[in-house]
Design a protein around this ligand. Structure first.
Ligand SMILES: [Zn+2]
Length: 404
């Protein structure tokens, strides 16, 4: 098990100080006052973003080879929008628009409908960029294109390829373009279907909602319960449906591993994965949201327990946000936003500084995996750049394409 992650030998908490007597660079970084650490992360984030744009070769492309947010060009566009929010530089926004356009050409007619892996992500991000540019015509184009998306028969319910991933895009538009941009007449029937399918598979008397993806009842954020519940909490639900969501999350808490981690699927007994996609990190983000939505202490307590697992076992041998250190850092940012507790901000800083100080060397010596798509947002350095930029404004930080 230990070979999946680096042992975390960083102190649980370090008081910030101007004077550092520590022997290692990482420990020096940990004791830096937050604004100074954030300044370094900002510089690294900007440099890394430039590298991602340059090396993906997308700048001059009119057609993206991979138009997804997960591994492809839309992830680079999403990073550029973040960069624009930090730099306020119009050229970042223009480039972002051009990349989305290349993704638009490549994804027309795609059967994938979600934000992270499909057409909804392209149209939704295109609309938000158009609004930021003040380009009304382009905004109308992307909103019209979004409304033309139809969910195929038999589409799954999970976040990466299913209904939840389409619904997340609707919430993203309603947040960034304006309430009612995608009215509930578009989403109501889809939500109803998600609940209906969840009830069908629920093992009556225990978990109120259950889903399958490729024959497995997943629990995690990417393909399972955590991701679907996360999205449902942003939808208009009937009181009974709210209780199903709440009951499902309480079922997960009741049946988690003794360590505080969560199985990747129903009845799995292997306490192994500590990823956003499978295991405690993605589930913590959902529990933080549940604590806000339901105001129930049990969700907060479980989120704190899961975050402890992430602190101890979350320094993964990968850099990205899906199953890497960058994604796991968002667990602490999320709890920091919820509680204002400086210890969580420190822990996010610790994970980010671990990457800043060591990722390059660990990847080049083969001790860390650079990702199957090493520049991408979800698996690679794109995600690391995104985290570094998010660290400059932690109260505004959001796990990309998951936290609204
Ligand atoms: Zn993953």
């Amino acid at each position: 098990m230990a070979d999946r992650f680096f042992p975390n030998d960083m102190p649980d908490f370090v008081q910030e100080t101007e004077i550092t007597a520590s022997d290692s660079t990482l420990h020096k970084l940990l004791s830096l006052p937050y604004p100074k650490a954030a300044e370094r992360l900002l510089r690294a984030g900007l440099d890394l973003s430039e590298t991602v744009v340059k090396e993906t070769g997308i700048r001059y492309a009119s057609h993206a080879k991979d138009p997804t947010l997960y591994t492809g060009a839309l992830g680079t566009a999403f990073l550029l929008l973040k960069k624009y929010r930090v730099t306020n530089s119009r050229s970042d926004l223009d480039l972002c628009r051009d990349i989305v356009k290349a993704c638009d050409s490549a994804s027309r007619g795609s059967r994938h409908v979600t934000f992270i892996c499909g057409r909804a992500g392209v149209c939704a991000l295109g609309a938000v960029v158009a609004k930021q540019l003040g380009d009304r015509k382009l905004l109308d184009y992307y909103l019209r294109s979004f409304k033309e998306i139809t969910l195929p028969i038999g589409v799954p319910n999970e976040l990466l390829y299913g209904r939840a991933g389409y619904l997340w895009a609707c919430s993203f538009l309603n947040k960034h373009i304006g309430v009612g941009t995608i009215p509930s007449t578009y989403t109501d029937s889809i939500v109803k279907e998600v609940i209906r399918e969840g009830r069908k598979l629920s093992n009556k008397g225990s978990c109120p909602l259950m889903y399958e993806w490729h024959g497995k009842k997943y629990w995690g954020a990417a393909h399972g319960l955590a991701g679907i519940m996360h999205v449902l909490m942003d939808m208009e639900l009937k009181p009974e449906e709210r209780e199903y969501v709440k009951g499902t999350l309480l079922y997960m808490i009741k049946n988690r591993f003794p360590s505080g981690n969560y199985p990747s699927s129903e009845n799995s007994e292997t306490d192994r994965l500590v990823h956003w996609c499978h295991g405690a990190p993605g589930i913590t983000l959902t529990l933080v949201k549940a604590a806000q939505v339901f105001g129930d202490e049990r969700f907060f307590k479980a989120a704190v327990d899961a975050a402890e697992v992430v602190w101890n076992r979350g320094l993964l041998r990968r850099v990205g946000i899906c199953h890497g250190i960058s994604g796991n850092a968002y667990v602490f940012l999320s709890l920091y936003r919820l509680t204002g507790n400086a210890e969580y901000l420190y822990r996010a800083k610790a994970f980010a500084c671990f990457l800043l100080d060591r990722a390059h060397q660990l990847v080049s010596t083969g001790q860390m995996h650079g990702g199957d798509n090493p520049l991408s947002l979800f698996e690679g350095q794109g995600g690391m750049a995104y985290l570094f930029l998010d660290m400059t404004s932690p109260t505004e930080s959001r796990f990309p394409a998951y936290e609204l």
